[in-house]
Write a protein that binds this ligand. Structure first.
Ligand code: SAM
Length: 105
């Protein structure tokens, strides 16, 4: 619906988008700088426990947003779920794929 009020909101949103993009770029830089994968190794058990507690069933579809190195996505896939992992840190996705290729542990 077109109205002065709506156009005002759209203008505000358009102004906020560059700020959100800058914020996201800064966060991505923080997560890709160094190797968070080394830290994530200390929490593999947490992801496994969480996947088990969810009671996932084989064939169930799971979307793991911010999957990192796959601490939850990989055990969920081992249970038989059909898992899609997304993350904005490409270096962590590389590690998740390598873990998956090596059997998912
Ligand atoms: C604390 S780590 C957790 C990773 C994983 N879920 C785990 O349990 O090991 C947070 C993750 O969120 C990702 N992340 C943060 N903000 C994100 C965003 N806006 N879009 C996609 N991924 C994001 C980071 O790249 C990082 O991999």
């Amino acid at each position: 619906m077109d109205s002065v009020e709506n156009r005002g909101k759209e203008t505000m949103m358009a102004g906020a988008l560059p700020m959100l993009e800058a914020l996201k770029a800064g966060m991505r830089a923080a997560w890709t700088d160094g190797d968070f994968g080394q830290i994530a190794r200390y929490d593999t058990r947490g992801g496994e426990d969480f996947a088990r507690r969810l009671g996932l069933q084989p064939g169930e579809r799971v979307l793991d947003v911010a999957c990192g190195t796959g601490n939850f996505a990989l055990p969920a896939a081992r249970i038989g779920a059909s898992v899609t992992g997304v993350d904005f840190a490409p270096n962590l996705l590389v590690q998740a794929r390598a873990r998956a290729a090596a059997g998912g542990s």
